[in-house]
Design a protein around this ligand. Sequence first.
Ligand code: HEC
Length: 160
Amino acid sequence: MNLASLAALAATGSVDNGRQLYQSACLQCHGALRPNISPMLAADNPARIREAINPLSLMSTLSYLSNEDLLDIASYIARPGSNDTDRLFDWAEQQGFPDALGKSANATQEYGGYRYRYYPSARLFLGTRNGEVVMLGEGSTVPALLGTMRQYLRQMPPGR
Ligand code: HEC
């Protein structure tokens, strides 16, 4: 694991996973995320965390964290108020994916473990649950699996 391979990773990770990792691995020393604490230096910058995890620092015990873990934590630090479902749906609307998706009339809603938005012009629901993205056409009862959330996050451009 070196800095070059870290930089080669896509520049966005999972905010949801990063939030959990921050709570289990960072909170006890740095406290809750807020302006002017040192972890803020790592916003969208996982290499900054990897450099801080060196054998001479108090953070040496964190060397078990993978590059993907650090990417997730750095994404969370950059946008702590966000979540992966909203990031993915906002991006999908901008991309027009699936075809002719249009804009959702509603904010993200929750039902039966799903977080979803309804798209009136495409007449479909997009949802997420347990790390997967699904689509449900109006009148249909079985959601179609579009892939994992991670798979789509990997395609999202840096900084989102
Ligand atoms: C055992 C305590 C401890 C834990 C756990 C810890 N840190 Fe740190 N961290 C420190 C100390 C001490 C410093 C140096 C003083 C400071 O800047 O607050 C530091 C510094 C930093 C810096 C600044 C490094 C620089 O480039 O100046 C970053 C970024 C950082 N920590 C991120 C994290 C993240 C992210 C986690 C969780 C994965 C974490 N730390 C977990 C103790 C800890």
